[in-house]
Design a protein around this ligand. Structure first.
Ligand SMILES: [Zn+2]
Length: 280
């Protein structure tokens, strides 16, 4: 069953239990309230958001698959999707996963923007994405349309690769900070680093191929040569809209520390940008 990568990514995170709900964020020491931001009746777990929250139940009641997704608080999303894939038709399976992607997208819009999506909106967004994606697949033969869209939004790398987004911010005090974010082919956060690298005038010469007088210049030239010997590496320009996470990282830490590193778990201020890349 072929699906948009952002949908398979969500499905994978649901089945692996690593969706960034409030309950999950608290286990990663993020200071946040645990309750569901929509109904406030229970802890916001992946099971609650997708299957037990009143809004999720209402959406599912309009699809004819309520009997498949009705569950107890002791089930996991993985076992529920296993039941769906076992008992439903292919079209029903596609409808189900698209709606759950749309439901999570609507949840994020509510959390971040207080944008109150309706039941109709969730269904409409799900069917719209699948239609647009299907059309893009058909036209993928010449890669033209897919390429135009792909440049403007963040997309995961090819299978087996990681994508490293890098952005720099120059501040009034002439310091430059660089944000680096690594994600894998399923869009999962791998690691991030931010660093104050130099006063801005020290960077100009080495980036233009002249090491200059500073030790920093030599370091930059070494790295440029090093990258040329790493194979395979693809270096591409990314529009700001496809590079938001690195931009947020470079901007966010300007006044906090000289350097920050995160592995496996992103800093809380990056969570929103990471999620947005997966629901666009
Ligand atoms: Zn709820």
């Amino acid at each position: 069953m072929k699906l948009p990568s952002k949908v398979t990514n969500l499905l994978w995170r649901l089945c692996k239990g690593c969706l960034l709900t409030n309950a999950a964020l608290i286990t990663k020491y993020v200071d946040i309230a645990a309750d569901c931001p929509w109904c406030h009746r229970d802890v916001e777990t992946d099971l609650h958001v997708m299957f037990l929250c009143d809004f999720a139940k209402t959406v599912c009641s309009t699809t004819g698959m309520s009997h498949l997704v009705a569950c107890s608080p002791y089930e996991t999303p993985g076992t529920i999707f296993e039941r769906i894939f076992k008992l439903a038709t292919k079209d029903q399976c596609i409808e189900a996963v698209m709606i759950y992607w749309s439901l999570w997208s609507r949840h994020n819009r509510w959390v971040w923007d207080r944008n109150n999506g309706s039941v109709f909106g969730v269904r409409s967004t799900a069917s719209h994405l699948f239609r647009v994606w299907t059309e893009a697949q058909i036209k993928d033969g010449n890669r033209r349309i897919r390429g135009e869209v792909g440049d403007r939004i963040w997309t995961p790398p090819a299978e087996g690769w990681v994508k490293i987004n890098i952005d720099a911010a120059v501040f009034l005090n002439r310091t430059i900070r660089v944000g680096v974010v690594i994600r894998d082919d399923l869009g999962r956060f791998v690691g991030a680093r931010d660093l104050k690298i130099a006063d801005s005038y020290l960077l100009a010469d080495p980036c233009n191929g002249n090491p200059g007088r500073a030790l920093f210049g030599t370091i930059v030239m070494d790295r440029v040569q090093l990258v040329k010997h790493i194979n395979p590496v693809l270096v591409n320009f990314a529009y700001r809209s496809a590079n938001t996470v690195a931009h947020v990282l470079a901007q966010a830490t300007c006044s906090i520390t000289d350097m920050g590193e995160w592995y496996a778990t992103p800093p809380s201020f990056l969570v929103r940008a990471l999620e947005l890349d997966l629901v666009q």
